[in-house]
Write a protein that binds this ligand. Structure first.
Ligand code: ZN
Ligand code: ZN
Length: 355
């Protein structure tokens, strides 16, 4: 059985529980997860079959990637094809992804396939995707190695007057050179005061002596993402830089120790937050501690203040506390880890600053 067939088999157990005859998959990463197909299309999964509806643009990919699915090439649009497929069944109960099928398409489908009972479902395949299998872990591991190589290389080549934009291009190049198929998101490169923005977009700001340099990047390998952040200083660090850096590092370390199967995500987040909130930088950690990473760079589980999700072995998550001080700058340190029975296993491996 292929890993795709295995995943579909898992999904069909859930279908049975919810008394659904089939599941309509319209999210692209979910479709890839269940069929291997990387193009645009709609999947139909039931206990006994897997159908991929796409069009002739993807004839080669569909044949190669979704070889164990029945491939149907739509002549008049994917939705139309889906409706005629549903019409052949007897009043099917069909689950659909309410987070991904647009309202307009839902209405169109309901009209075209009026005998079908369309049942909204949320996060079903996403829930499955949160626990990675061995093939997925291997790809994420490679994507993590790529970014772990690229970021220190770019840091070692920092020169005065380089712009954030230029450095971000260099980083992209380094990621491809290190073996990444692509970047997993637009790299964040922020100098000086710009690093106080957690989601900074590279500008023409030039690097100057004493600047904080925050680099957040990721690679994609075989569709799987990595995500890592390092913050350094260009020139000599100030006492404040060292103090903030150490606080963030301690926060990360505290959370790292709490990552284990059975841990509640909010409690892992709290470990890091407590370190920062009991320092002079109380309240300066304004985002969640982390997120799952896989086919998408942001997926489940969420590691946040209010996240009641329970960690499990096989999840891949980030641990990324930060301290952001408007006008001064920000320091974030981010690692990608695999949740194992023994706790957090580091997937990213780039050096930290030491004093
Ligand atoms: Zn990141
Ligand atoms: Zn992240």
């Amino acid at each position: 059985m292929s890993s795709y067939a295995r995943r579909r088999h898992e999904l069909s157990k859930w279908l049975e529980q919810d008394e659904l005859d089939l599941f309509i998959v319209s999210s692209r990463p979910n479709l890839r997860y269940l069929t291997g197909f990387t193009g645009e299309g709609i999947g139909l999964v039931s206990a006994s079959r897997a159908v991929l509806i796409t069009d002739r643009r993807y004839e080669i990919e569909a044949g190669e990637e979704a070889s164990d699915c029945q491939v149907v090439f739509a002549e008049q649009g994917h939705l139309q094809q889906l409706a005629s497929y549903l019409a052949e069944l007897e009043q099917p109960r069909a689950g659909f992804e309410s987070q991904h099928l647009s309202y307009a398409n839902y209405r169109k489908l309901a009209e075209l396939a009026d005998a079908a009972d369309l049942v909204p479902a949320e996060g079903v395949v996403e829930g499955q995707r949160a626990i990675k299998d061995d093939t997925e872990i291997a790809a994420i591991r490679r994507a993590a190695q790529v970014v772990s190589e690229a970021v220190p290389w770019v840091i070692a080549g920092l020169t005065a007057e380089i712009t954030e934009r230029r450095l971000s291009l260099r980083l992209r190049e380094a990621i491809l050179q290190a073996g990444g198929d692509d970047v997993s998101f637009e790299p964040v490169v922020a100098f000086g005061e710009n690093s106080a923005r957690a989601h900074a977009v590279p500008t023409d700001r030039k690097l100057a002596q004493g600047d904080v340099v925050l680099i957040d990047a990721g690679a994609k390998v075989e569709g799987y993402c990595s995500d890592m952040t390092r913050t350094v200083v260009f020139g000599e660090p100030t006492r404040k830089f060292i103090e903030v850096y150490k606080t963030v590092h301690r926060a990360q370390h505290a959370a790292m120790g709490a990552i284990a199967p059975g841990a509640v995500a909010a409690e892992v987040d709290a470990q890091a937050r407590e370190v920062i909130d009991s320092s002079p930088y109380e309240g300066s950690f304004g985002h969640s501690l982390g997120h799952g990473v896989g086919l998408e760079v942001h997926e489940g589980p969420k590691l946040g203040k209010a996240s009641e999700e329970v960690l499990a072995a096989g999840q891949v998550v980030t641990n990324e506390p930060g301290i952001y001080l408007p006008g001064w700058g920000g320091i974030r340190l981010e690692e990608l880890v695999l949740v194992t029975e023994q706790g957090a296993q580091l997937l990213t491996q780039a050096p930290y600053l030491e004093w």
